[in-house]
Ligand binder design. Structure first.
Ligand SMILES: [Zn+2]
Length: 347
């Protein structure tokens, strides 16, 4: 793998990750860009104790551009995008419209491939392996920034999720605080340790494997299951069998197997609702241990993949109970979701 770090015309960072070790990336961004104006501000909610990023500059962001004006495609003669080179394997750059910036963290865009018309599920094993390397390397780099407490690599796929660019890409958020869901997991983990002396994540995975009814896929180094109390209609948690706190700690064997397992899960997601349905919208979310908290070594890196589509043509909305009270109502029993996700396995 070859990593090339450069900057765009407005001095945002751009990093190329290439499979071939002898790749040269020296194209210069010729665009006359104004400096990025970021006014994002973190406000604390006194009642809930959580934080909200107020980012009004994002209202002007690029919204569903035509394919020939895609800012994530490589540049070509007369058409300069966010990627100055005429080709790339994987490219990561600082978001021009960040929700978090400066002392408030960092937002990056990850272009999974230069091919505009493919989805992650259509990548080769080698391409997916390179994306995993990029996620891992970004986690390692952002860990060095004092303002970043936690790194979140994720992909939103589908207009239904609010994706405004068709090009296959994901994002990385470096939060300046530990997120509420992670804090909750850390609290549950500590309580379980106090009660039982054991690790909560280990016990959850072991229970799912022993039960078997919600297991979706088992590799030599990874296991995927629908959680017992799934919040979303189709939701899968993917864990490495050897528990590690973050992407940096995955061993070679787990890295090597990851593309097969993850691509298979994504391909199954696209088959859930049968042929003729548009691609399944999904959110794919890496949960990693925050950097400077007690007990981080006990946290379990895992990926949560879920769709907001509950049946053909119908989306699950976060309505009164979910949005108003934080109580999810799931119409698809987790056991039925797991059954469906086994039925649609690749031949
Ligand atoms: Zn594109």
């Amino acid at each position: 793998m070859k990593k090339t770090v450069t900057t765009l015309a407005d001095s945002r960072e751009l990093i190329y990750y290439d499979s071939a070790d002898d790749t040269v990336r020296d194209a210069v961004d010729p665009r006359p860009l104004d400096a990025v104006s970021t006014s994002s501000e973190i406000r604390h909610d006194a009642l809930l104790g959580d934080s909200v990023a107020i980012a009004s500059h994002r209202q002007g962001r690029t919204y569903h551009p035509p394919a020939d004006e895609c800012p994530l495609c490589p540049s070509r003669e007369g058409r300069h995008s966010e990627i100055p080179d005429t080709d790339y394997d994987v490219a990561v750059f600082e978001n021009r419209f960040p929700s978090l910036a400066g002392d408030s963290g960092r937002c990056e865009v990850v272009c999974f491939t230069s091919d505009h018309d493919v989805s992650f599920a259509g990548l080769t094993d080698d391409q997916a392996a390179l994306v995993l390397e990029a996620w891992t390397d970004r986690t390692a780099d952002l860990a060095e920034l004092p303002q970043v407490a936690q790194v979140f690599c994720f992909e939103n796929r589908g207009a239904e999720i609010g994706v405004t660019l068709g090009h296959p890409h994901g994002q990385i958020y470096g939060y300046p605080f530990v997120t509420p869901r992670t804090e909750q997991m850390l609290r549950s983990m500590e309580a379980h340790r106090a009660d039982t002396g054991r690790n909560l994540f280990d016990d959850v995975v072991a229970r799912e494997l022993a039960d078997g009814e919600r297991v979706v896929l088992e590799g030599e180094h990874w296991v995927a299951f629908v959680p017992y109390a799934a919040h979303w209609p189709y939701e899968v948690h993917l864990h490495p069998r050897r528990r590690v706190p973050d992407l940096r700690e995955l061993d070679e064997a787990a890295r090597t197997e990851f593309p097969q397992v993850y691509l298979e899960l994504l391909r199954r997601f696209d088959r859930i609702f049968g042929p003729g349905e548009p691609p399944t919208p999904y959110i794919s979310a890496w949960h990693q241990a925050p950097f400077r908290v007690p007990g981080r070594e006990e946290f379990a890196l895992h990926l949560e993949l879920f769709t907001i589509r509950r049946t053909t043509g119908k989306l699950k909305f976060l309505a009164g109970s979910e949005s108003g009270m934080g109580v999810f109502i799931n119409d698809v029993p987790p056991e039925a979701a797991a059954q469906r996700l086994r039925e649609v396995a690749s031949e």
